[in-house]
Design a protein around this ligand. Sequence first.
Ligand SMILES: Cc1cc2nc3c(=O)[nH]c(=O)nc-3n(C[C@H](O)[C@H](O)[C@H](O)COP(=O)(O)OP(=O)(O)OC[C@H]3O[C@@H](n4cnc5c(N)ncnc54)[C@H](O)[C@@H]3O)c2cc1C
Length: 403
Amino acid sequence: MSDSLTDLAEADSEPDAVVALDETFPDIRAGVRSLCERFPGGYWRALDRERAYPREFVAALTEAGYLAALIPEAYGGSGLPLAAATAILEEIHRSGGNGGACHAQMYTMGTVLRHGSDTQKARYLPEIARGSLRLQAFAVTEPGSGSDTTQLQTSARRQGDHYLVNGQKIWISRAEHSDLMLLLARTTALDQLRSRREGLSVFLIDMRQAVGRGLTINPIRTMLNHATTALFFDDLKIPADSLVGIEGRGFNYILDGMNAERILIAAECIGDARFFIERASAYAKERIVFGRPIGQNQGIQFPIARAYAQMRAADLMVRAAASLFDAGKPCAPEANMAKLLAADASWAAADCCLQTHGGFGFAEDYDIERKFRETRLYQVAPVSTNMILAYLGQNLLGMPRSY
Ligand SMILES: Cc1cc2nc3c(=O)[nH]c(=O)nc-3n(C[C@H](O)[C@H](O)[C@H](O)COP(=O)(O)OP(=O)(O)OC[C@H]3O[C@@H](n4cnc5c(N)ncnc54)[C@H](O)[C@@H]3O)c2cc1C
């Protein structure tokens, strides 16, 4: 006999509701899960200790075609919708892995696809789809301008059939593991512009030609294993046909790509949240202290239940944003809210998972402290939480601007 109406209602639901989510793209998810089983916690822990790049994992994803999911079939990709790519990244993160080593290979090509010339598309996209060319690096952030992208200083000056690039970038991830890099640089000085959104241009740079000939890459060691770097440009000469689209329109091209990036990163956060909730609820059921499972105590059970509700709500926003994107409709508010809510959900789940594990949460062997460090990044990159709140407050709700 059930004790209450609540219990009666619960009788209808699956006991393992974390697993029983209404999952989209079940075949893709099953494929990614089985691939990830070949790369268990021990694999990621060893790399984390050395801050080493997960070459074998990236090679396996490339070979299975997952990183070419968004490239149209005409260029050799799978032509899948963004929603399918969210399922891929979510499953990688849910398994305990991390897509940060290669997620940019999925979406950075979008700028070339949308704004590149036919020649650039024919030359690069099929090779990117095959994985024989890696377009993993995306260079926007600078030490001086930070979140204020329109103030960036790295310059590309046209001289005949080439541009000369000078300046610095920071936090440019995977630059050492990429053949091509998308660079946002200033082609018109700030004081000659009517709008600060103008005067920036996008270039597709061949790193194999550039490193040592005007481009220096310095790795930065961070609290997580993310292969991020500082870049120094000193009279780097690049062919004029490296320009993507029209000179001066680069800021808008980069903004165009940000919705896809935010939705995909939000999916990684959902995967992280699911990892933490699954680990926390399992441990709460099995760990006996004071003669009972710790999960019987509401101080342990309720934070996990709350994190689960947060994750499910954020997941709905990720799905809403992806479906608008795939329908070709405007989705900036939803993409930003998906990133905000999913990053908050993963951080809440990380915190309660660590707390649930007590001292064991701090032990490397449990993978929780590693994932805890990894998921903290999403409050800052690729866009910080405050910038999303400012966008919602100022652009959607019309409140006074702080910048
Ligand atoms: C591991 C890692 C990988 C990264 N990878 C890349 C990459 O591949 N390519 C790339 O281009 N960039 C990359 N980034 C950079 C990342 O996008 C930036 O760190 C992020 O956008 C924040 O910029 P910032 O660090 O300059 O912070 P700042 O702009 O200096 O801001 C510092 C803090 O102040 C807050 N703040 C600033 N202005 C306001 C305001 N008006 N109102 C309220 N709060 C404000 C910010 O939200 C932030 O919390 C990476 C960063 C990290 C840490």
